[in-house]
Design a protein. Structure first.
Length: 185
């Protein structure tokens, strides 16, 4: 049993204070994932707080034989972002939430928006499911197994979608932007 599995087991046995160690391990990855989907610092912070509260309250529902804790946490994050946009009742395609930006004027938001503009027009040519797989694979550095667990697709389907998307980007994207994309902005 790994250290992470031991922590989860202890949380499931009532030692909820151990959840802090899981939080510390995943906070940056989950924040980056949510921030990329919202492009708004305060919204991302609020959602991430809700995501970890939901994960803590549902820790008893986590099953070791149904995937990794990381994939489970990303599923909660993905669903929370979708729910966030649904409750805003905007006329948007929820699959396209990756490119929505907030009204914040913070330097980090502006800097990231500028960097994303360089690759956004190329990523926009991809299907939403391909964009999501690229984000999870390239920026979040998840395995195909974890991506499959998060998206509900097969591992082979994720590999194929990633491969097709990357091949398309290689053909269409200027080399400088392609390198920027793969270097995680």
């Amino acid at each position: 049993m790994s250290d992470e599995e031991k922590l989860i087991s202890r949380c499931q046995q009532g030692e909820l204070e151990k959840f802090g160690l899981l939080y510390d391990k995943y906070i940056k990855k989950i924040y980056d994932f949510v921030y990329y989907k919202t492009m708004h610092k305060e919204t991302a912070e609020d959602l991430v707080s809700q995501i970890f509260m939901k994960a803590l309250s549902k820790i008893m529902d986590f099953k070791f034989n149904q995937g990794t804790f990381q994939a489970w946490l990303y599923r909660i994050a993905r669903n929370s972002v979708i729910d966030h946009y649904r409750t805003k009742k905007q006329d948007i395609n929820i699959e396209d939430v990756w490119d929505l930006a907030g009204d914040a004027d913070l330097e980090r938001d502006i800097d990231n928006r500028e960097k994303l503009k360089a690759v956004e027009k190329y990523l926009a040519k991809l299907k939403p499911s391909q964009r999501e797989i690229i984000v999870l694979r390239v920026w979040q550095e998840l395995s195909y197994k974890e991506i499959a667990d998060i998206t509900g697709k097969s591992e082979d389907s994720c590999k194929m979608a990633y491969s097709r998307a990357i091949n398309r980007l290689r053909r269409e994207v200027p080399i400088a932007i392609y390198i920027l994309l793969l270097l995680h902005l």
